[in-house]
Design a protein around this ligand. Structure first.
Ligand code: ADP
Length: 461
């Protein structure tokens, strides 16, 4: 059914991103916002805006009753959750659908399955995706844990079934530390997610993080839009992403993309999704699936020319996929820098008044951001304030253009991670594409003298 008025249950750049796609399709938008976001750009640009609560996210952007009421009051006929907040909350998706509002997202049962990492791994395995060797499901007692760990060999990684953001994860170097670290992982997971279920995986020493973008129509058809390389991470958080990956050949992309798309088709998956793998010595190992749009989706848009949000909306309307697998041509190279309001070297948040603002521009340069001069960045939410996405016909050309674009950006009055990106992209390892998920923390330690590894204690690494 055609959507005419879309409520965007999010804030910041992603709310703007969704608003833009909707308007280009002739769809009206309804912004929701906390009291702290009354002056935000996503509120200013939307056709209608409704305040849904005080600053704390649990009282506003996570407030299901307030969001559903806002949809009813504004007579919105669809809800797009963006990423984060309620985007992977199966119950919210069910409530939306129970109110006869179109949910722009996957089927609730798929959100639920993939949100439980143990169930996700089992499902992925059954669908034929290669897995990281590990326990077959949850590990309940220490005897079983010892047996599994001995079989796969140390070091092993203990992970929380409900995990996210790297929490509840512990690297276990040897058997004598297994019991202690499992109980630490359990209490961390219990505190963070209210669920102390853990499982065990082989700990890969030096992998890359490579993820495939997929789309399903919910009726048994699915396509892949290639991979993104998100190996540049700090504390398991992505910092910079690129597409294609510098290490994946076109033949490998076709092969793995084909496996992934077939798995999604078999599952009857609907909407956008990302299958995340670790990649080491030419082998892919499934780690998790995200049942939503990703922050880094624009690099895929840049190299395929497919508007992923438009595609999400079309699928929610019950339309077929707008492109067939054979229509998708991967061309050129794209890199995204996540620009955060934080100290670039010690990462302390730096909210406050943006005194001046100039976005980079020019050919093949995209800035997704709600910033403007005079905007006050609130301290209550994620520190990401802008994404700079640059395209080039070659990776080298893309890096040259990215240098120029980063040098042009001005965000005055607050500290930002722009200087960090300027330094990373001038490093010879980055230039050669030779980096793993460990690279950035090691680089920070060496180049900046920041003991990143020490601070990474919360994930046990
Ligand atoms: P979360 O949902 O908490 O983000 P993921 O399973 O997506 O957890 O893993 C996050 C990151 O942790 C990965 O990108 C990678 O850097 C690291 N990681 C996860 N599993 C492994 C593993 N088996 N070996 C080594 N590193 C891992």
């Amino acid at each position: 059914m055609a959507i005419s008025r879309l409520l965007i249950a999010n804030r910041g750049e992603i709310a703007l991103r969704i608003h833009r796609a909707a308007h280009e399709m002739g769809i009206e938008t309804v912004a929701v916002h906390s009291t702290a976001d009354a002056d935000a750009m996503h509120v200013r640009l939307a056709d209608h805006a409704i305040c849904i609560g005080p600053p704390a996210a649990r009282d506003s952007y996570l407030n299901v009753a307030a969001i559903i009421s806002a949809a009813e009051i504004s007579r919105a006929d669809a809800i797009h959750p963006g990423y984060g907040f309620l985007s992977e909350n199966a119950q919210f998706a069910e409530i939306v659908e129970a109110h006869d509002i179109t949910w722009i997202g996957p089927k609730p049962e798929h959100i639920r399955t993939m949100g439980d990492k143990v169930a996700a791994k089992r499902t992925a395995g059954a669908l034929g995706l290669p897995l990281v060797p590990g326990s077959d499901g949850a590990v309940d007692d220490i005897g079983e844990a010892r047996k599994v760990a001995a079989e796969i060999g140390y070091p092993v990684l203990v992970k929380a079934a409900s995990g996210g953001g790297g929490r509840g994860m512990k690297v276990v170097p040897s058997e004598d530390q297994l019991e202690t670290l499992i109980s630490q992982a359990r209490s961390e997971a219990k505190a963070a997610f209210g669920d102390d279920t853990v499982y065990i995986e082989k700990y890969l020493g030096n992998p890359r993080h490579i993820e495939f973008q997929i789309f399903g129509d919910g009726k048994g058809n699915a396509i892949h839009l290639g991979e993104r390389d998100c190996s540049l991470q700090r504390r398991h958080q992505k910092v910079l992403e690129e597409a294609p990956s510098p290490v994946i050949t076109p033949a490998e992309r076709d092969r793995m993309g084909g496996i992934v798309a077939r798995a999604m088709a078999d599952m009857g998956y609907r909407g956008a999704g990302t299958i995340e793998f670790l990649w080491e010595n030419g082998e892919f190992y499934f780690i998790e699936m995200n049942t939503r749009l990703q922050v880094e989706h624009p690099v895929t848009e840049a190299i395929t020319g497919v508007d992923l949000v438009r595609e999400q909306i079309r699928i929610a309307e019950g339309l077929p996929l707008s492109v067939l697998q054979e229509d998708i041509v991967f061309s050129g190279h794209a890199i995204e820098c996540r620009i955060n309001a934080e100290d670039p070297w010690n990462f302390t948040p730096s909210p406050g008044l943006v005194e001046s603002y100039h976005a980079a521009g020019g050919m093949h340069v995209r800035v997704d951001s709600g910033l403007y001069a005079g905007y006050r960045i609130p301290p209550y939410y994620d520190s990401m304030i802008a994404k700079l996405i640059v395209y080039g016909r070659t990776r080298e050309g893309c890096i040259m253009r990215l240098r120029r674009a980063l040098d042009e950006m001005v965000v005055g009055g607050v500290k930002t991670s722009i200087p960090l990106h300027q330094a990373i992209i001038r490093d010879p390892d980055f230039e050669s594409g030779d980096y793993s998920i460990k690279w950035l923390e090691q680089w920070l330690e060496e180049k900046v003298g920041l003991a990143a590894a020490e601070h990474a204690g919360d994930s046990g690494q």
